[in-house]
Design a protein around this ligand. Structure first.
Ligand code: CP
Length: 320
């Protein structure tokens, strides 16, 4: 693997999943693989789980890790080509990225979408600029349209709780929120489940909240949440704002909040959420505190997901 921008950079998803599970059993199995290598993590937005889990993963591989909070630890960055930089951004990515490429062997970046300019957000200009001007392998820590490390941790968690001898039904259901939230977790979960290819997958959302079809890869889509939940073995609960009317939230649709009544429709489903979650807005307390809620497992598995990806990129560098 050269970079991890999305699932499309993964050569063999089944192998990657096995590697993540192996690191969970043996965290220090490849403790010297990253010896002498430096990882820079560039955060343009907040993070708890991805930040810490990637740092632990790097440490388990013997890498040194440096975390930069853009605009706090380093200068606010400009990404527009040809920009007249007379605003608040102090340094252009064309200047900052080669400097980082000189310091680091591998660079991770987290950047949220604007939710105003769909074309710009879906071009993933931030991570592509970093790749272009940094000259180093790049790792997504969540970008405008996808969150691949999260999806690998989600898939790993599903793999650990698979029903025996049966193809599972996975339902991803839209959840209400108080403000516009990116589509990246939902887009990414969808394309990873489709690439895995071992589940019947259905996506449910109210009208107006349809995802970009290119991430759905033929998944079944419905406006009927009840129908999607019926018989589901896994339920992924997640808010996202409108793609069509980009960045908008139409109404509150409180009835889509996952509760014990919704859970009764399922096949005693395991419940997934990427966190952070707005309790009693997206998901009820009873669901978040339910014994079948795997949100904490997903968060814990982010270490092994990041470790598997870092190891693949490091091995790719050795072979290059
Ligand atoms: N799920 C997730 O990416 O969490 P953080 O935003 O805390 O990293």
């Amino acid at each position: 693997m050269k970079n991890l921008i999305s699932v499309h950079d993964v050569e063999n998803i089944h192998h990657l999943l096995e590697q993540a599970l192996m690191f969970k059993r043996e965290p220090l199995a490849e403790r010297s693989l990253g010896s002498g290598k430096k990882l820079g993590l560039l955060f343009m937005n907040p993070s708890l789980r991805t930040r810490v889990s990637t740092q632990i993963a790097a440490s388990n591989l013997g890498m040194e890790c440096y975390v930069l909070n853009v605009g706090a630890d380093n200068w606010p960055l400009e990404f527009r080509e040809g920009a007249i930089m007379d605003g608040s951004n102090v340094e252009h990515i064309r200047d900052a990225a080669p400097v980082m490429g000189g310091y680091f062997d591998l660079i991770g970046v987290r950047t949220f979408p604007s939710l105003r300019d769909r074309t710009l957000d879906y071009s993933e200009h931030v991570i592509h600029s970093l790749m272009k001007y940094g000259g180093r392998p790049v790792l997504s820590l969540e970008t405008a349209t996808v969150h691949p490390l999260q999806s690998l941790a989600d898939l790993m968690t599903i793999r650990e709780f698979l029903p025996e001898g049966r193809r599972p039904k996975i339902a991803m259901t839209w959840a209400p929120h108080v403000k516009p939230i990116a589509q990246c977790v939902a887009n990414s979960f969808s394309e990873w489940i489709c690439a895995w290819g071992q589940a019947d997958f259905v996506v449910a959302q109210p009208e107006g909240f349809e995802l970009n079809e290119s991430f759905l890869c033929g998944a079944r889509v419905t406006y009927d949440q009840k129908e999607a939940l019926e018989g589901a073995d896994f339920v992924y609960m997640k808010n996202w704002c409108s793609y069509r009317d980009y960045g908008r939230v139409h109404g509150s649709a409180h009835e889509w909040m996952m509760t014990l009544d919704h859970l009764k429709l399922t096949n005693q489903a395991k419940l997934l959420h990427s966190l952070p979650v707005r309790r009693n807005v997206e998901v009820s307390d009873e669901i978040m505190d339910h014994q079948d809620c795997l949100a904490k497992n997903q968060a814990a598995n982010k270490v092994w997901a990041a470790q598997a990806v870092l190891a693949e990129i490091l091995k790719g560098q050795i072979l290059a």
